[in-house]
Ligand binder design. Structure first.
Ligand SMILES: [Zn+2]
Length: 341
């Protein structure tokens, strides 16, 4: 049985080198922690990012994939991404990441795919980089944070980016960064435990209520962390559409959009995953690992096997079929498709 992990993080050495060489002008501080790992502090970010070798070195990552029975990993950046910098340096960092992903795919064509990082602090530059990066080998999705420097995803200035994403037929993969409310979540790791999954509820609401999913009906959206709190608030969203004047413009209930999203498996609760499957359909669930953070799964396939009453068909859908579908492996990455099928 093949397994495709759509939510895994990689910090390419080329991306780190660029920030180390040129990031200071944009306020980045590169340091070294007690373990000898490089660290990065960026303006406005609460989280200091550590660069552990198993999230930088591709050879280590391949051996970790083999141990976890993962055939293909889809790489993305995570905190701090690129929005903290000037548009020009954001573009430069995006290019460095996208080029590194493409090179990783060329070197390991059946193991790695990449998500396209964009300098969304300038939608104009983002469209330009999207046009360029979509032509690179191995790029299977567009990556975006759940807000751009505090702006929700329904800003009209982002419409040209969505238009291009839809025209290219790529899915949009979302991820939290700098969640709101951190001033009250500094203790007990609440920034991650609560802040990150709540960001998905805001992002999904912005895409639904803000008209993005209506105006771009073919665009598919992949949510991390099993959709965070979004699926569990859907009844409130529907009630809001039925009762509130702020949502008078809605032509259908919010729940009509549940199946516009894919949801990864990172819930840490087999029961919740089963509920989610009943709510959105087993054909909308894909594996995530959040490699290599302790918020994720070292063995994402083993988690799937703990879902109550999992059928063989559901297992196959979640491990690989759904990812093949949303990433269009058959049409766009035939070599991987043939190796997995
Ligand atoms: Zn993640």
């Amino acid at each position: 049985m093949s397994a495709i992990d759509v939510h895994a993080h990689w910090f390419p050495p080329e991306w780190l080198d660029l920030i180390e060489a040129e990031g200071a002008a944009d306020g980045a501080k590169v340091g070294v922690n007690k373990k000898g790992w490089k660290t990065l502090t960026t303006p406005g970010a609460v989280l200091v990012q550590n660069f552990q070798p198993d999230m930088v070195d591709l050879e280590i990552m391949i051996s970790e994939m083999d141990k976890a029975a993962i055939d293909v990993r889809v790489f993305s950046l995570t905190n701090p991404m690129v929005y903290w910098a000037s548009p020009e340096f954001g573009l430069k960092m995006s290019r460095a990441f996208n080029d590194a992903c493409a090179a990783a795919h060329v070197k390991h064509p059946t193991r790695f795919l990449g998500t396209i990082m964009l300098p969304m602090q300038s939608p104009e530059l983002a469209v330009r980089e999207l046009e360029r990066a979509a032509k690179l080998p191995g790029m299977c999705s567009v990556y975006m944070a759940m807000h751009i420097n505090g702006l929700n995803l329904d800003q009209k200035s982002y419409w040209p980016v969505y238009e291009k994403i839809e025209a290219l037929g790529l899915p949009l993969s979302l991820h939290p960064v700098n969640p709101c409310g951190v001033e009250r979540m500094k203790v007990f790791h609440m920034r991650n435990l609560i802040g990150n999954p709540h960001e998905a509820a805001i992002a999904a609401a912005s895409l639904i209520f803000g008209g993005v999913l209506d105006d771009f009906p073919k665009m598919q959206v992949v949510l991390p962390h099993a959709g965070g709190s979004f699926p569990w608030l859907i009844g409130r969203y529907d009630n809001g559409v039925a009762t509130r004047h702020e949502l008078d413009h809605m032509k259908q209930p919010a729940s009509a959009y549940l199946r516009r999203f894919y949801y990864d498996t990172i819930s840490h609760s087999p029961q919740i995953l089963r509920f989610l499957m009943e709510m959105v359909g087993a054909d909308r669930i894909v594996i995530g690992s959040d490699y290599n953070f302790d918020a994720g799964y070292p063995r994402p396939v083993e988690f799937v096997d703990t879902i109550p009453a999992l059928t063989k068909a559901e297992r196959e859908q979640i491990l690989s079929r759904n990812a093949m579908e949303v990433l269009k492996l058959k049409e766009r990455f035939r070599k991987i498709y043939d190796a997995l099928k």
